[in-house]
Design a protein around this ligand. Structure first.
Ligand code: S3P
Length: 419
């Protein structure tokens, strides 16, 4: 039967978060179209409302009535980031510089994710941050301080860490703040902050920001999220007799590893309507393909880190061996994605072994239906919804509605392609 038709991917999650945050810190009304109405981004809106920012959310656009860099006010209740690591870590960078104290928490998944990676640099910059349970996880109490610049060398390539430091660096009372990463991570903060008027530049793997910018409201059209498109790329390639057009996908080079990997595995993908004005976008024409295994390692990893679960599904149906290395960060995502992928793919009959920093998959074993444990992880739920299409028999997803975190129309869009 195959999958046929067109799908328009909802707005990019990373970019939607940033639009609300930077719009709140800019003077004037920022207008955002194609904003992702997923639970994670709604958590960001909720946090900024509690910090005194008026946000109008309508189906066509959101309007953020920004109050400038120093316009936030002390919240009267705890901020709740829900399931969102981006909200938690980026907002911490902003709260680190506020003249008030905030308590920030999130769901059971967030309360297990490592926050030392932001607590350390933000403390070095002058903030006072404590983990209320003493385990370096949320809930965090953040007592803002007067901020001074640093040059931070991050052990991990993490846009959340980099962005938290750059945001705090905007409030520095002295010079430029610099963040050097082992490999470049997604650069949406740098691009968007520049649009809002900040002086941000990149030298090799170092991002540099000048303090005390005067940010001005902008109109932002959020491109479709390549991380969401990834499920349809995989489905289009792996379900026999398929041809689908995925429209308006962000193809920023710090995010496009999934395309490079899908092509290297033998995928038939054509980029149409490429547009390189601001955040680059394209439509993707995807046709069923015979995939083969490859090795994925090194600098490409941060550009596809969120897509590794769905790449695992592609690898399970591909011919030959796929090896994924240098991806230890998978252990600290919404779930431990090495363990969770190994358990669930094994339950479906795949041959997969977890390693310290990734996994090895011997592709081509027939998949059968299974009960999938999702561990509060939206990307696990959606990856196995695609795996279910490739398996004999019935698959049941625990907490299927987790897709609402990043892709509320996921099941609806997938069903449309099956008609
Ligand atoms: C994100 C950065 C990445 C990514 C996450 C979104 C962002 O996390 O996995 O889904 O918007 O900055 P890390 O910074 O932890 O790598």
């Amino acid at each position: 039967m195959g999958l046929h038709g067109e799908v328009t991917i909802p707005g990019d999650k990373s970019i939607s978060h940033r639009a609300v945050m930077f719009g709140s810190l800019a003077k004037g009304t920022t207008e955002v179209t194609n904003f992702l109405q997923g639970a994670d981004c709604l958590s960001t809106i909720d946090c900024f409302r509690k910090l005194g920012i008026e946000v109008e959310n309508t189906p066509e656009k959101i309007l953020i009535h920004g109050k400038g860099l120093h316009g936030l006010s002390a919240p009267t209740s705890i901020l709740d980031a829900g399931n969102s690591g981006t909200t938690t870590r980026l907002i911490s960078g902003i709260l680190a510089a506020q003249p008030f104290e905030t308590t920030l928490t999130g769901d059971a998944s967030i309360q297990k994710r490592p926050m030392r990676r932001i607590m350390e640099p933000l403390s070095m910059m002058g903030a006072n941050i404590t983990s209320l349970n003493g385990n370096d996880c949320a809930p965090l109490r953040i007592h803002g301080g007067s901020i001074h610049s640093i040059h931070y060398h991050s052990k991990v390539a993490s846009a959340q860490v980099k962005s938290a430091i750059l945001l705090a660096g905007m409030y520095a009372e002295d010079g430029e703040t610099k963040v050097t990463e082992p490999t470049i991570s997604r650069n949406h903060s740098e691009i968007m902050l520049r649009t809002f008027g900040a002086d941000v530049r990149t030298e090799d793997t170092t991002a540099i920001i000048k303090p005390q910018p005067s940010l001005t409201a902008q109109t932002i059209n959020v491109p479709g999220d390549i991380s969401s498109a990834a499920y349809f790329i995989a489905a289009g390639l792996c379900v026999p007799n398929s041809e689908i057009l995925i429209k308006n996908v962000g193809i920023n080079p710090t995010r496009d590893g999934i395309l490079k990997v899908a092509l290297a595995m033998g995928g038939n993908i054509t980029l149409l309507n490429e547009n390189y004005d601001g955040e680059p976008t394209a439509d993707l024409l995807v046709k069923s393909s015979e995939l083969h295994g490859i090795t994925i390692e090194g600098d490409i990893i941060p550009t596809l880190i969120d897509e590794i679960p769905i790449i695992n599904i592609m690898a399970a149906v591909a011919k030959g061996t796929t090896i994924i290395k240098d991806a230890a960060e998978l252990k600290v995502k919404e779930s431990n994605r090495i363990d969770v992928m190994v358990d669930n793919l094994t339950a479906m009959g795949a041959q997969i072994t977890g390693t310290d920093d990734g996994m090895i998959i011997e592709g081509g074993k027939p998949l059968h239906g299974a009960f999938i444990k999702t561990h509060l992880d939206h990307r696990i739920a959606m990856s196995f919804a695609i795996a279910a299409l490739l398996a004999e028999g019935e698959t049941t997803l625990e907490d299927k509605e987790l897709a609402n975190i990043s892709f509320p129309t996921f099941y609806h869009d997938l069903e449309k392609l099956q008609r």
